[in-house]
Structures are given as structure tokens and as C-alpha cells.
Write a protein that binds this ligand. Structure first.
Ligand SMILES: [Zn+2]
Length: 278
């Protein structure tokens, strides 16, 4: 058992005691997932079923309404599901787990990779998404899969064209990775995506110039910086909670319930300042 799994049950119990005092009213959270391998399907299904039974899952449209100042259901923060990178298992879980429960989610995809031949797509996924550190866990969806996700009623967002790190690009490359992706997605899906998620999600993978470019094409930008979202959150600085399906349930509970937010206070401040300047 890892150290974090060992301490998570106690941390979660403690967090549940202090949370009502700290208050997290009128907020929602965005969970961030990637591929959902076959070996983790049960874990994912249980997470989604628990959130459904607790009536905590909301759709992208409902999240947008909260950001616009609409009411938030009482109780623990509602949760919006999001998936990054467009892995093949996204469509499997959409059809077998999300559809039967009527759940609508956000899917962030890279149109410059989707259009490649399968072999080139796999190589690019390994190089650009896994940064060459290990092979991509599974294939990326092609356009047929992406169009099927959209047809199921999910909201498709941009995740740059080729899954490049925005802070490493020249202004021209950055404009092309963001604007070119928006153009391609609009051509294929018939509408400009409102949503964007920047690649890698950490605070060092984004800057004010990139957020400004994102804001020229999209209304919302989701990060991988943990925290609650509300109408007070800058729409280009939305928080996202990475969910690791390989950890114990208590650690995941901490992420879903905001128990890790305290570790990201500084990153949230930096992100808000970037959004302010963009
Ligand atoms: Zn990604």
C-alpha cells in the first residue's frame, strides 16, 4: 500500500468533520479523467454510481448555468465529469456506463492527432501525450469515435491540436495549436467548442499569453489545478480534480470532496492572476 493510500482514510474522515465549518457553498467540481482501462472499469463504474445515487452529477450545461450565477443544488458540491486526450476507452465507458445512467460529460480532444492514420496517431500519442515516457496505454479515437461521442450528447472541447505544451511554443505556434484546433473541431462537429482544457494541466504548463489566445476562441478553460468552481471563478481559470483510478477509494474520496484543495491554494492564485491579465 502506498503512503498516500495509507493516510487517506484518516485524512478523509478528518476532512468530512471540518468541511461543513469551512463551507463550500454554491460551488461545483470538475473531475479530470483520462483513459479508463478495462481493469479499472469497475472502479470507475462504482465512482459514477455513487455520485449518481448522491444526485451529485451535473451536465456541462448545468455547470455553465452555475458559472453564469445560477443556483447550485444544496448539499455537497455537484460534480461534472471530464475526460482528456480522447482515448478509445472514452467511447466504451460513454456507451456502457454513462449512457445507461443518462450522464453527460466533457471530452477534450486533439483534432490534429485524431486525423492521423492509426499508426501515426499511436506514435504521436506516445510522444506528445505520454511525453515519450511510456507507450500510450491504448489507441486514440478517430473521427468516427469522436462524432459518436458528440452524437451521444456529450460536450466536445479542445485540448490543443497536437497535445503540445503551450508554454514551450512561439506565439505563432501557440495561435495555431489553439486556433487551428478550434477551426478543425468546428468543421467536423458543426459548432465552435465553448470549452478548452490546456495540456498537462499543471500551473507551469500555462501562461497569460496562452490564456488570452484561448479566450479568443473559447468561453471556458479547465485546468488541472484542484479546487471548487463558482460564479466567482474566472471562466478561463476553472479548476479540475485529477482522478487516479489506481489509488485507494479514500484518496479518490479526498479528491472528489475537495480534501486536497489546500495543497493547491498558491496555484489557484497564480492561475487567477494569469486569467486577469489575459
Ligand atoms: Zn492531455
Amino acid at each position: 500500500m502506498s503512503l498516500r493510500d495509507a493516510i487517506a482514510p484518516l485524512a478523509l474522515a478528518g476532512w468530512r468533520l471540518v468541511r461543513p465549518v469551512l463551507g463550500e457553498e454554491n460551488t461545483f467540481r470538475i473531475l479530470l479523467l483520462h483513459d479508463v482501462p478495462t481493469s479499472k472499469r469497475d472502479v470507475f463504474a462504482r465512482l459514477v454510481q455513487n455520485l449518481t445515487m448522491a444526485r451529485r452529477l451535473i451536465t456541462p450545461v448545468e455547470a455553465e448555468a452555475i458559472l453564469a450565477g445560477g443556483p447550485v443544488p444544496p448539499g455537497p458540491s455537484p460534480v461534472l465529469l471530464s475526460f482528456d486526450d480522447g482515448f478509445a476507452s472514452n467511447l466504451d465507458v460513454a456507451e456502457t456506463i454513462l449512457a445507461p445512467l443518462g450522464i453527460k460529460a466533457l471530452f477534450f480532444v486533439c483534432p490534429g492527432l485524431i486525423g492521423l492514420e492509426p499508426e501515426a496517431r499511436a506514435a504521436a500519442a506516445t510522444a506528445n501525450i505520454l511525453r515519450g515516457q511510456r507507450p500510450a496505454p491504448e489507441p486514440l479515437l478517430g473521427w468516427d469515435g469522436i462524432e459518436r461521442l458528440a452524437a451521444l450528447g456529450h460536450t466536445m472541447g479542445s485540448h490543443t491540436s497536437h497535445h503540445l505544451r503551450l508554454t514551450t511554443l512561439s506565439p505563432d505556434q501557440r495561435a495555431e495549436e489553439i486556433g487551428g484546433a478550434a477551426r478543425l473541431l468546428t468543421e467536423r462537429l458543426g459548432k465552435i467548442p465553448d470549452w478548452f482544457a490546456y495540456t498537462f494541466g499543471d500551473i507551469d504548463s500555462i501562461d497569460a499569453a496562452s490564456l488570452a489566445e484561448i479566450g479568443r476562441h473559447h468561453r471556458y478553460c479547465r485546468s488541472g489545478v484542484r479546487g471548487p468552481n463558482s460564479k466567482a471563478t474566472p471562466p478561463l481559470a476553472l479548476r479540475g480534480d485529477n482522478i487516479d483510478l489506481g489509488t485507494g477509494e479514500a484518496w479518490r474520496g479526498l479528491a472528489v470532496e475537495g480534501g486536497l484543495d489546500v495543497l493547491y491554494r498558491k496555484q489557484r492564485r497564480i492561475l487567477d492572476a494569469m486569467a486577469d491579465r489575459s
